[in-house]
Design a protein around this ligand. Structure first.
Ligand code: FES
Length: 105
């Protein structure tokens, strides 16, 4: 399955993904700029912040309470469709997700 990352400046990365991986893992594995995942996915850094399109957010769902709190500490102000990409574990249903990478343009 494929996930599209839209980086600041209009660069688009179409990344091959497999179920079970997190959005952060496939973004960092593909070298998508703007997602670094410094804490390795333990929800302690906020450097994996991303913003989903409305359609993609419906598929992924909202953050839990701890994640929502952590989003507030992200360098980029969170939006209504923000998630920490390390907390989004992919399933087959997520094929075709479109993900914006901060800073938002
Ligand atoms: S990788 Fe650190 S919070 Fe997601």
């Amino acid at each position: 399955m494929k996930i599209a990352f839209l980086a600041a400046g209009g660069q688009r990365f179409d990344v091959e993904a497999h179920p079970g991986a997190t959005l952060m893992e496939i973004a960092t594995g593909a070298g998508v700029p703007g997602i670094t995942g410094e804490c390795g996915g333990s929800m302690a850094c906020g450097t994996c912040h991303c913003k989903l399109t409305d359609e993609s957010y419906v598929l992924v769902g909202p953050p839990g309470d701890d994640e929502a709190s952590m989003l507030e500490f992200s360098e980029t102000e969170p939006t209504e469709t923000s998630r920490l990409s390390c907390q989004v574990a992919l399933t087959e249903a997520h094929d075709g997700l479109v993900v914006h990478v901060p800073p938002w343009s």
